[in-house]
Ligand binder design. Structure first.
Ligand code: SAJ
Length: 419
């Protein structure tokens, strides 16, 4: 008799920086994968064997999977044995979670769901979101039994398994990292863990869906709080005339201390966003997480003030780096952009060097006193320099290129002597 829980066809909803690599990895394991995205251009690019995001080796994997026919893309889901949902969960202006993409994904899956199917939500989500997703599906498919209402006899299994991949290392971390798999019921968790074991070499650790949701938020909030501590130390050191990099380097010689690096603030679409999901769910229980967000969000203003203090009014300032972290082209929530904007508002003539983009983002492009220039042009014109993102090109810079220019190095890369 055929195994009713075997996964022969998988549908991945959302072909972004998590969904597309996930779809390609499962396809490379011999599973028939349909990737679904609302963006018709994305679908077209993938079906032609290409990729729309920059990530090491992803182009080769996708190209191979499309060539063998194991990976296809479409704008609407088809019947499948399992569905993985990897759509964005941003926050609104007032820092409330925006679950509209998840709602749209549930509405798209509902018509093709059948008894025996598994649905896994991977999107980073506030606690309770997987149950909410389940309830939405149940509202649309009264003919099927769902596990929140029928823990024993459900027709469909629902689970949450948060992605934990680091941009720039997605394909490695997707297969090697341990995975937390939280089911609406233990049976749902077991089904989802069996799916991930087809592709993941790390452990698949099962729990309930609410715990899995909190685990993911806790991981990113932990990092945010740790970075806030480093940033607060940078403020303290600056007030006391101490080199923060030397102080942190020495403190980290303690066997149980590992202080992270200060910087211009926390960017990216995860660490600066996810802590708010915890604060929103439990506002009275989260003074530390909220304070850390405040510390990190205040950094761009502090960096702009430090640069203003070393440069005469209206001076040419060369800002090195715009992306939210080193050696990538991702500008989302980048603190470096905030610093540039604040310097422009102060009336400086700002020359930006960002080797990974060929145009300024809209919020900077509209400012008359901000230009994107080459490294050489930026340094030649500069009366002061600030390093905002520690790209390789800047780490390798010949110190002679900075001779005689006042510098604010927010990443500590030009401190030559290790502590
Ligand atoms: N940063 C510092 N100092 C540090 C480390 C980082 O200022 O010592 C800054 C970076 O410059 C950057 C921001 O923090 O602006 C975040 O960068 P990151 O490399 O720490 O993390 P992300 O946002 O690229 O990816 C994170 C990862 N989470 C954790 O490491 C706990 C990743 O594993 C998650 O999958 C990802 O968020 C996500 O999607 O949630």
């Amino acid at each position: 008799m055929a195994d009713e829980t075997a996964i022969r066809k998988l549908c991945v909803i959302g072909l972004g920086y998590v969904g597309l690599p996930t779809a390609a990895v499962f396809a490379s394991r011999g599973i028939d994968v349909l990737g679904v995205d609302v963006n018709a251009d994305t679908v077209k690019t993938i079906n032609a064997g290409g990729v729309h995001i920059v990530e090491p080796d992803l182009d080769i994997l996708v190209n191979g999977a499309v060539a063998t026919g194991k990976l296809r893309a479409a704008t609407t889901p088809e019947p499948a044995d399992a569905f993985i949902v990897a759509v964005p969960t941003p926050f609104t202006e007032d820092r409330k979670p925006d679950l509209s993409y998840l709602d749209a994904a549930a509405d798209a899956i509902a018509p093709v769901l059948k008894s025996g199917d598994l649905v896994v939500v991977e999107s980073t989500s506030p606690v309770g979101t997987t149950e909410r997703f389940c309830e939405r599906l149940a509202g649309l498919r009264a003919d099927l039994k769902f596990p929140h209402a029928n823990p024993q006899g459900a027709d469909v299994a629902l689970a949450h398994s948060p992605e934990r991949v680091l941009p720039g290392r997605v394909l490695i971390e997707l297969t090697r990292n341990d995975r937390v798999v939280g089911g609406i019921t233990p049976g749902c968790a077991a089904r989802a863990a069996a799916l991930y074991r087809l592709a993941v070499e790390g452990q698949c650790l099962t729990t309930d869906a609410r715990t899995a949701e909190l685990v993911k938020l806790a991981e990113n909030a932990y990092r945010d709080v740790s970075i806030a501590f480093a940033n607060e130390l940078a403020n303290v050191s600056s007030a006391l005339g101490i080199d923060v990099w030397e102080a942190i380097g020495l403190a980290n010689h303690h066997p149980r201390v590992n202080i992270l690096k200060p910087g211009p603030g926390v960017g990216g679409h995860c660490i600066a966003v996810d802590p708010w999901f915890i604060v929103d769910s439990a506002p009275d229980q989260t003074p530390l997480i909220r304070a850390a967000r405040g510390v990190n969000d205040a950094r761009p203003e502090q960096v702009a003030a430090a640069v203003s203090a070393i440069a005469p009014a209206g001076a040419v300032i060369c800002c090195l780096g715009l992306s939210y972290k080193a050696d990538i082209d991702d500008l989302r929530e980048s603190a470096s952009i905030d610093v540039v904007e604040k310097l422009a508002v102060r009336g400086f003539d700002v020359r930006v060097v960002e080797p990974h983009v060929d145009a300024l983002p809209p919020e900077l492009a509209e400012l008359d006193n901000v230009q994107l220039v080459s490294l050489e042009a930026g340094l030649t014109a500069a009366e002061a320099v600030t390093l905002l993102t520690d790209h390789r090109q800047f780490r390798d810079l010949d110190p002679a290129a900075l001779a005689g220019k006042p510098v604010v190095d927010t990443r500590g890369v030009w401190r030559r002597q290790p502590t």
